[in-house]
Design a protein around this ligand. Structure first.
Ligand code: ZN
Length: 213
């Protein structure tokens, strides 16, 4: 069974991470992980522009390095770039020092994005010691409350769309992927999601760099 919405108990186990943003306004916080990708990211940028939507891209350092111009385009169009490690590391399999060094290496590619750089752990898997260390260094861990499963090639698109539009709330943080693996599913899901949520009166903004839980 696919859990399109992260369970509340998980939010309570990791209260220092952001799972959604507290707001009374009809705002959705879109995020795109694993890019930039020379084929998929321009598609995402075009869709976002069609709906005047802003988003946060949690980029992999080595992809930023390979696609410098594309990274500049993301920023120029008013989106922001967050840290997703340099090598897309699995936290549970990595010693804390190597993990933190990899995050720093990615950050060097991104440059400063404010007082509290946004970070998302690949696969959502991070040891408590790694999370603590990154928090000490001023990083802000951003998780999500809506997972689209766009990376799953067997995804039933209509079902997924119904679920993610029904579950999205004021302040929801939604995860998509601008990666080759997600390409086909994303191409179907993203424009329809933007359309449906816009019709429901939502707009799409950047995850605030400093915010309360
Ligand atoms: Zn990832």
């Amino acid at each position: 069974m696919r859990l399109f919405r992260t369970p509340i108990w998980l939010h309570r186990v990791f209260p220092n991470y952001s799972w959604k943003i507290a707001t009374q306004e009809r705002v959705i916080y879109l995020s795109f992980d694993d890019g930039p990708d020379p084929e998929v990211t321009p598609f995402v940028l075009k869709c976002l522009s069609d709906y005047n939507a802003k988003a946060t891209f949690f980029c992999v350092g080595e992809n930023l390095e390979k696609n410098i111009e594309l990274s500049e385009n993301i920023k120029r169009e008013g989106h922001q770039i967050g840290n997703h490690t340099y090598h897309h590391l699995k936290g549970w399999n990595t010693v804390t020092k190597s993990y933190v060094d990899d995050v720093r290496l990615c950050q060097e590619r991104i440059g400063p994005i404010g007082k509290s750089p946004l970070f998302r752990p690949p696969y959502g898997r991070i040891k408590k010691s790694q999370g603590r260390k990154l928090l000490e260094l001023g990083y802000h861990c951003v998780m999500w409350d809506i997972l689209t499963y766009d990376y799953d090639k067997r995804l039933d698109i209509d079902h997924a769309l119904r679920r993610i539009t029904a579950l999205s709330r004021k302040g929801s943080i939604v995860v998509f992927h601008d990666s080759q693996k997600a390409k086909k599913q994303l191409q179907q899901l993203l424009p329809s999601y933007l359309e449906e949520m816009t019709l429901k009166g939502f707009r799409f903004e950047l995850i605030p760099v400093s915010h309360q839980q």
